[in-house]
Design a protein. Structure first.
Length: 150
């Protein structure tokens, strides 16, 4: 699992180094990229959330690793929301492009909360992790409510 995560993160990190306009040959590639980044972020956030909610045993090391991964990957998907990526296999609503300022603001707030979650998880304090999970989940939900189709 660690090798797969490292491989995915390495690939995503390399793709961030290239300007977004040259990053994707086709709109479908951008959609796959953002969906992959959001999936990896969600899996790692979900692991920490399960611990915070008592659905999984709390393991401070795993929580810190997962929160750090979610924080890093949470910076990646936004390049995949370029022109022409509103069509195809996506749950992205048209409002992402018609209200880009609000979308960008909510994405920024989510990234701030992911950073707070990573700090809380590195502390090893379960109560701090619980509070950060609630805030981060709220930031994710706010964006999903307005910009993601069910």
């Amino acid at each position: 699992m660690k090798k797969l995560t490292a491989l995915v993160l390495s690939g995503l990190a390399l793709s961030v180094a290239v300007p977004a306009s040259a990053q994707f040959a086709k709109a479908e590639d951008a959609i796959k990229y953002r969906k992959s980044a959001l999936f990896v972020m969600g899996q790692n956030f979900g692991r920490v959330a399960a611990m915070a909610q008592g659905r999984a045993p709390f393991d401070a090391k795993v929580a810190a690793e997962s929160a750090n991964t979610a924080e890093f990957v949470g910076k990646l998907p936004w390049a995949g929301f370029g022109p022409g990526t509103d069509k195809g296999e996506t749950k992205a609503k048209a409002e992402i492009w018609s209200d880009k300022a609000k979308f960008d603001d909510l994405a920024g707030k989510m990234q701030i909360e992911m950073t707070k979650l990573a700090v809380a998880a590195r502390s090893g304090n379960l109560d701090a992790v619980k509070a950060a999970v609630n805030s981060t989940g709220g930031a994710c939900k706010a964006c999903h409510d307005d910009f993601r189709s069910k």
